[in-house]
Design a protein around this ligand. Structure first.
Ligand code: DQA
Length: 150
């Protein structure tokens, strides 16, 4: 069974109470439970990890290679706009990944328009709300099943 790692960066542990007008009312536990259920239907094994610490996310990406993870789904939170270290970790392990943002970062402040990850991601989703996670997982499942590229 192919395995997928779901990573969430800083402040995403606050989903449900954090700026609900932007991020909605579902909690991270709700998002992860729904992804686990979907992964079951798609025949994928799924692990989830959230951290507010850049180095912990880098370490988790490195461990994913040792574990043989096939694909990563990441919402890097604010590290999207700041982290060369997370970019280098992805380049270093060469595990394909999808970048997901709950909000449409392009409709927000200018500092959210640049991502250190987008140009090396397989795909990027922004503005689909928490549905974006599920849509990204569907995309990943299709890619892993050998579906034609995007
Ligand atoms: C976010 C967008 C980022 O700009 C922000 O720092 C986040 C969440 C999103 O999911 O829309 O923490 O990644």
């Amino acid at each position: 069974m192919k395995s997928v790692l779901v990573l969430n960066g800083p402040n995403l542990n606050l989903l449900g109470t954090r700026e609900p007008q932007i991020y909605g009312s579902a909690t991270l536990a709700d998002v992860e439970a729904s992804l686990r259920q979907q992964a079951g239907h798609l025949g994928l094994s799924l692990a989830c990890f959230q951290s507010n610490h850049e180095g912990a996310i880098v370490d988790r990406i490195h461990a994913a290679r040792t574990e043989g993870v096939s694909f990563i789904l990441i919402n890097p939170g604010a590290f999207t706009h700041t982290s060369v270290a997370i970019r280098d970790a992805f380049a270093g392990v060469a595990i394909p990944f999808v970048e997901v943002h709950i909000s449409n970062v392009h409709k927000r402040e200018a500092f959210r328009h640049h991502s250190y990850l987008s140009d090396i991601a397989e795909a990027v989703m922004a503005g689909f709300g928490i549905q974006g996670y599920g849509l990204a997982l569907q995309f990943i499942a299709a890619k892993l099943a050998g579906a034609p590229a995007k």
